[in-house]
Design a protein around this ligand. Structure first.
Ligand SMILES: [Zn+2]
Length: 468
């Protein structure tokens, strides 16, 4: 139930509005699901819940542009801890074949809960694996989890059509036919997609990648998405292996291939874009195609460093993504912001990117990439999605010379004090309001262990051992 909330005495408010306004010592009033007023002093309305925000930094709720929530159940699996993407995928597919709606539901509660706790209030998810043994209602299960937690959710209906028998990487029993995929996309759009700007659930379409989906399916899904006004998403230009695969399979580079099949445009965003050249960056900018930068995943898998500062300078819409929990092992949004800052300084020196630039990618940038015009900024009239970070914690002591940059450069915890989504408090004093975290941890660990045991029994693979 949305109501009236007054945030009192916010120490620092970074609005990320068009003028990058930053304010000190202000009150902020939320009515229903929107920000009603920001002023030096607002008298509490009689029906208002008052939250003391003195000592806190207020930021727009961050927007996560790429994830695979089901992978939360396979973090830190020993047999692929040191594998690059293709080897990592081939091994984990054998565990992911065990995915059920129950597992997706639990993993979504974990991953989405972790996102809310680390400052993300809107997220997408890329679910592309539909084991034949499951009933196929996997997106439904993660939407249920998102609704329970109170996060704004933009899941993508992914898919794979090219199993091993057709030269792809995944086992044949997790890929689907074009007919099955199209029918389920139509069902999900009719059941869940809300086109309103303040929607809590929107659907996008997201075939997995150039090496697991036929070009004909990519084209059909683009037509379907555009007929319904949905966005399109996929992995692109993530690794050198993928680049080689595209050259051999299609005779062109990944971005050229995407353009050839009608997959560039303001309604499309790609995850990764590590291996792109100058000409390709110009094509992305000219077409308004968005990019989800996933620095931790790219580091974890050794995929390379995406030239994101160049893309941003060229005008490419840029957001941040935590990517699958199994590839970066965390759904830590504020952590991803810090990783982005550090990664680009490795390559480009200390002036490569600033704390405010990476925060802008995580807020305003992500909102643009996912197509929300009223998110990513804290302004009167915008949607009331925002977070409060306690600046009076040990890890930030001595860092308040610049309260906005403090949590990016310093801090040993990425937990926020409050997350407010659509005018509702869903994280309070660093805890999820609607879910018992301890109970969830226990349930998730049991489910994850059983999933790996079951896969081991069926395949004989020793997932918990390091390869020789
Ligand atoms: Zn991914």
């Amino acid at each position: 139930m949305s109501s009236t909330i007054l945030l009192r005495h916010i120490k620092t408010l970074a609005t990320f509005d068009d003028n990058a306004t930053e304010l000190e010592g202000v009150d902020l009033l939320i009515r229903g699901n929107r920000i009603a007023e920001i002023a030096a002093r607002i008298e509490p309305p009689p029906d208002a819940r008052v939250i003391d925000a003195s000592g806190m930094l207020c930021l727009p709720g961050m927007v996560n542009c790429h994830h695979h929530l089901y992978q939360t159940m396979t973090r830190a699996v020993p047999c692929v801890q040191n594998a690059e993407l293709f080897e990592w995928l081939v091994n984990l597919y054998e565990i992911w074949r065990e995915v059920t709606p129950e597992l997706v539901y639990i993993s979504a509660l974990v991953g989405l809960g972790e996102l809310l706790l680390t400052g993300c209030t809107t997220t997408t998810d890329h679910l592309y694996l539909f084991p034949r043994a499951s009933d196929g209602k996997l997106i439904d299960a993660e939407i249920q989890a998102a609704r329970e937690l109170g996060i704004r959710f933009h899941p993508t209906r992914g898919c794979m059509t090219r199993g091993r028998s057709k030269g792809g990487l995944p086992p044949d029993d997790v890929v689907q036919s074009e007919e099955e995929i199209l029918a389920d996309c139509e069902r999900l759009i009719a059941t869940y997609h809300d086109p309103a700007p303040d929607a809590m659930v929107k659907i996008a379409l997201a075939p997995c990648s150039p090496f697991s989906v036929e070009a004909s399916t990519m084209k059909l899904l683009a037509d379907l998405a555009r007929a319904h006004g949905l966005r399109l998403h996929t992995h692109l230009a993530e690794t050198r292996d993928e680049e080689r695969y595209c050259k051999e399979m299609y005779g062109m580079r990944p971005v050229e291939w995407a353009e050839e099949i009608g997959w560039l445009g303001p309604d499309v965003w790609f995850a990764h874009m590590v291996h792109v050249n100058e000409v390709e960056i110009q094509r992305l900018a000219a077409t308004g195609t968005g990019v989800s930068h996933c620095p931790a995943s790219n580091m974890r898998l050794g995929s390379g460093i995406a030239p994101i500062p160049k893309m941003a300078a060229a005008g490419v819409p840029v957001g941040l993504g935590v990517d699958g929990s199994a590839s970066n092992d965390a759904s830590d949004m504020l952590g991803e912001v810090r990783q982005a800052l550090l990664l680009h300084r490795v390559l480009g020196g200390a002036r490569a990117v600033t704390a405010r630039e990476v925060l802008r990618w995580a807020t305003r940038g992500g909102a643009r990439v996912l197509g929300y015009s009223e998110l990513g900024r804290v302004e009167a009239g915008a949607l009331a999605d925002l977070v409060l970070i306690d600046l009076e914690q040990l890890g930030l002591a001595g860092a308040l010379h610049d309260p906005v940059a403090a949590p990016v450069f310093a801090g040993d915890s990425h937990l926020v004090a409050y997350s407010i989504v659509n005018g509702e408090v869903v994280v309070e004093k660093g805890k999820l309001v609607r879910v018992n975290e301890q109970e969830l941890v226990r349930r998730a660990n049991e489910a994850a262990a059983e999933m790996v045991r079951s896969a081991s029994r069926k395949t004989g693979i020793r997932f918990l051992e390091f390869p020789a």
